[in-house]
Design a protein around this ligand. Structure first.
Ligand code: ZN
Length: 822
């Protein structure tokens, strides 16, 4: 699974400061209110009965949002004989439970507490003795209550989207099982250490297509205008990976070798489906090759769901993506923002679906690998710099998450959903990257292969991964696992240099205040001049480690952590001259980024090196650092920016360069802006339009009006900015719809305030109400711990809107707005 909340880790400076404050408050509140969970050991769920095969026949009631289900579930005792069976079944109406004996059904006694069915079998069954239980039931996802509390919204298992067709939204049904929600729509042992083969028959209105796990083996038209589709999965997988999807999707066909690889999208996105998902076959080939383990399943489909409660989910052979995957042709010109997610969910088909974590405590076996697969795919397809950039941003995401005190493998947690955090994902991915660097590529991938072969179609825990790595490398790796899997935090390294008497001294202090000292294998490159370097491999394992390197003259550069893989906070006390050497001669993305960040912080013109960096991400980083610093508005630097604005092959870089020039208010750029304002890239067109705003305000306003029917991203932001500034009461619909349709992002949060200021200028009370409700909707989508700063600013904004409404005599609306954040 890829959770949307992870995106919030990168909302940057707007929210970070307030988030840290609020985290502290929230954490202390949690400590005082509920600490019982700290003493509840989360044991792996015991296996009394094992699932063997699950057969379902279901149909849907769109009006009631119910599902009518019949199930034939085959099980066998795991080891000890048993005469009873407990199944998870959440919020169902149970009609009948019976044992299947030949052609007859023997009724079984059971009790049901709306969460679990406790069934008494007809006799005691022995190990290996299979039996099949029949269940007839109604699934009522909107009526599920967990422990008697209010109906839950994010663990309903089965979702009806716009079921009565009351809005324009796509009519859909889809399911979301992880962690233990599929037992809302079929009784099962809803635990990750169970595996079962499956058959699902879905009866749906004939106008819709269906998707489930495995292969579509049979379709039958029924007399009542429905159709029944039979899906079959012959390979065992965990119940949380079961999936159903229904809707009038277009199925865009693709393939890997002879295997179908299809994309289920709304009609509007059919022409671009291959631009969004089309790398999937290449990814299947690449992952199969590096793991030396072919894709195990009979097909691979991907489907997009509206209002999906998470980012994406790796249901076996039927991945569900949220609608953030939908991008039109112009958005895709800037690059496919969903590519990382596509590789993530696909890689789960080895790590998660084939070998499954045996408990949520060991979630790292699913999520850290899926996270790391994003790195692997980028490295292969887009180069090591692009991969290392992700490594860096994911590491920052973890360091900002406030989760540093959590172990990667955790046997104590409040809620199993809490395991899906920046530790299991971001930190776990970085740990795998360090492990790969330490053992070497061939041992790393050989170990992954052995792990897959040993535990295929079974579950595993993190120690089993260690044993495989030890077996392959012949090394003891307890220290690594204890430190990174069963421990928390990361080192803070303070690095100092000193050259005297023909000796270079490197002193590395571990300054983290946790009292813990990390054991770290580290590569140090010592450069004599230019590119001439010698590598030393050392261990850090003391509070202070000092290393001596004999050298006739002062080295031009000492590069500690020369492969740039350490998960650490670093304070590296180099001089500007040394950072220049590092930028020019050290090979990695992070070598260059660290140098550029130093130049930017000290406002040095050496930052301009970055304008010619071979990697677009670093050209972009350079430009972003130049954007608001007057030091770089000098002819020598501007010449470099102009070059990128005129023809950088990367549209995001070109747009950022144009954006800097747009702030110069210089007539000489007018032709450039006019040339690119029609660009297919929304960012390039938006930055160019921004440039015209001050130079040619009338032209910019009429262009904004002209483009308003096709303006997303940067262009949308600029267009709505212009219309807000010049706009009248009549522009409400455009501005409202633009704001409403903008996906959740840092830009949207900024835009909320522009839109709010516009609301403070209009009279129509109904529109004002509609507008502030939409702003509140955005506010409520942001996780509680990140809302602090926003709420303060929103209160001010709402006070302004409210007083304007009062002036207009709309007291009711004024009170409504005023009361929103009270
Ligand atoms: Zn995942």
């Amino acid at each position: 699974m890829k959770k949307t909340f992870l995106a919030f880790l990168f909302l940057g400076t707007i929210l970070t400061a307030s988030a840290q404050e609020n985290n502290a408050i929230a954490d202390s509140a949690a400590l005082t209110s509920d600490t019982a969970w700290q003493h509840i050991y989360r044991a792996t769920y015991p296996k009394i009965n094992d699932l063997v095969h699950t057969k379902l026949a279901v149909s849907f009631d769109y009006d009631k949002q119910w599902m009518y289900g019949q199930e034939w579930v085959t099980l066998q005792p795991h080891f000890y004989s048993t005469d009873s069976l407990t199944l998870d079944a959440k919020g169902m109406e149970i009609k009948e439970i019976a044992l299947i004996k030949g052609k007859s059904k023997i009724p079984l006694k059971y009790t049901y507490d709306s969460l679990q069915l406790r069934i008494t079998l007809d006799k005691t069954y022995k190990r290996g003795e299979k039996y099949t239980v029949y269940l007839n039931y109604i699934s009522k996802p909107n009526e599920v209550k967990e422990h008697g509390s209010a109906a839950i919204t994010d663990a309903k298992g089965l979702y009806f989207i716009n079921p009565k067709g009351l809005t324009n939204e796509h009519i859909e049904i889809w399911t979301q099982g992880e962690t233990e929600s599929n037992s809302v729509w079929f009784p099962t042992i809803d635990k990750p250490d169970q595996k079962t083969t499956q058959e699902i028959s879905m009866t749906v209105p004939a106008k819709y297509v269906t998707l489930s796990n495995g292969l579509l083996v049979h379709q039958k038209k029924n007399a009542d205008g429905t159709r029944t589709d039979d899906w079959k999965m012959d390979l065992p997988n965990a119940p949380y990976l079961f999936f159903m999807g229904v809707g009038d999707y277009v199925i865009v066909k693709d393939h890997y070798k002879n295997m179908p690889v299809d994309y289920y999208v709304e009609k509007e996105y059919a022409p671009v489906a291959k631009k969004i998902f089309g790398e999937t076959p290449a990814m299947i080939g690449f992952f199969s090759k590096i793991l030396n383990y072919p894709y195990a399943w009979p097909k691979y489909d991907q489907i997009v769901g509206r209002e999906y409660v998470s980012g994406a989910m790796e249901n076996t052979t039927a991945t569900l993506h949220q609608d953030g995957a939908y991008q039109n042709a112009r958005q895709l010109v800037d690059g496919n923002v969903w590519e990382d997610d596509i590789s993530h969910e696909l890689f789960h088909h080895w790590f998660g679906d084939l070998v499954t974590t045996e408990s949520w405590s060991n979630l790292t076996l699913n999520e850290s690998f899926a996270n790391y697969s994003e790195y692997l795919w980028r490295e292969y397809r887009h180069g090591k710099d692009a991969a290392d950039e992700l490594n860096y941003t994911d590491m920052q995401g973890y360091l900002m998450s406030g989760d540093e005190d959590k172990d990667l493998v955790r046997f104590y947690y409040k809620n199993r959903e809490d395991m899906f955090d920046a530790v299991s994902y971001n930190k776990g991915g970085r740990i795998l990257n360090m492990l790969r660097n330490y053992v070497g590529d061939s041992a790393f991938f050989k170990s992954l292969n052995e792990y897959l072969r040993l535990y295929q179609f079974k579950s595993a825990e993190a120690q089993q991964l260690r044993l495989v790595f030890e077996d392959v490398t012949g090394q003891d790796l307890n220290w690594f696992w204890n430190q990174w899997y069963y421990g928390s935090g990361q080192p803070t390294l303070d690095i100092n240099y000193d050259y005297t008497d023909g000796k270079e001294r490197v002193i590395v202090n571990q300054t983290q205040n946790t009292g813990k000292i990390f054991k770290l294998p580290v590569a140090i490159d010592v450069y004599s001049s230019g590119n001439n370097k010698k590598r030393y491999k050392v261990w850090l394992d003391n509070k202070a480690d000092t290393f001596y390197f004999a050298s006739a003259q002062k080295p031009s550069l000492i590069n500690v952590d020369a492969d740039k893989v350490l998960l650490a906070i670093k304070h590296d006390h180099k001089t500007a001259a040394e950072f220049e050497q590092q930028y020019k001669y050290a090979p990695n993305y992070l070598d260059r980024r660290e140098a550029l960040a130093y130049f930017a912080k000290n406002k040095l013109t050496a930052l301009a090196f970055g304008l010619n960096d071979p990697y677009s991400g670093l050209r972009l980083f350079t430009l972003k650092n130049m954007a608001n610093a007057k030091e770089y508005a000098v002819p020598s630097v501007l010449a470099g920016i102009e070059k990128l604005a005129a023809k950088d092959p990367d549209k995001k870089v070109q747009a950022q360069a144009l954006e800097i020039l747009s702030k110069m208010n210089d007539k000489k750029y007018q032709l450039l802006f006019e040339k690119y304002v029609n660009d297919s890239s929304y960012s390039v067109a938006g930055a160019s339009l921004e440039g015209l705003v001050t130079l040619e305000p009338d032209q910019a306003y009429s262009l904004a009006k002209k483009y308003s029917n096709d303006a997303l991203g940067k262009l949308g932001e600029v267009v709505s900015g212009i219309i807000i500034k010049n706009g009248s009461e009549n522009d409400f619909d455009y501005l409202f719809n633009h704001f409403k349709d903008e996906p959740l992002s840092e830009e949207k949060i900024k835009e909320a305030f522009g839109f709010g200021k516009y609301l403070a200028t209009i009279k129509d009370g109904e529109n004002v109400k509609k507008g502030v409700d939409e702003i509140m909707k955005l506010r409520n989508e942001i996780p509680e711990q990140y809302r602090g700063f926003m709420d303060v600013a929103l209160k001010q904004l709402f006070a302004g809107i409210s007083s304007r409404q009062k002036e207009n005599g709309n007291n009711q609306v004024a009170d409504y707005v005023e009361g929103l954040l009270k």
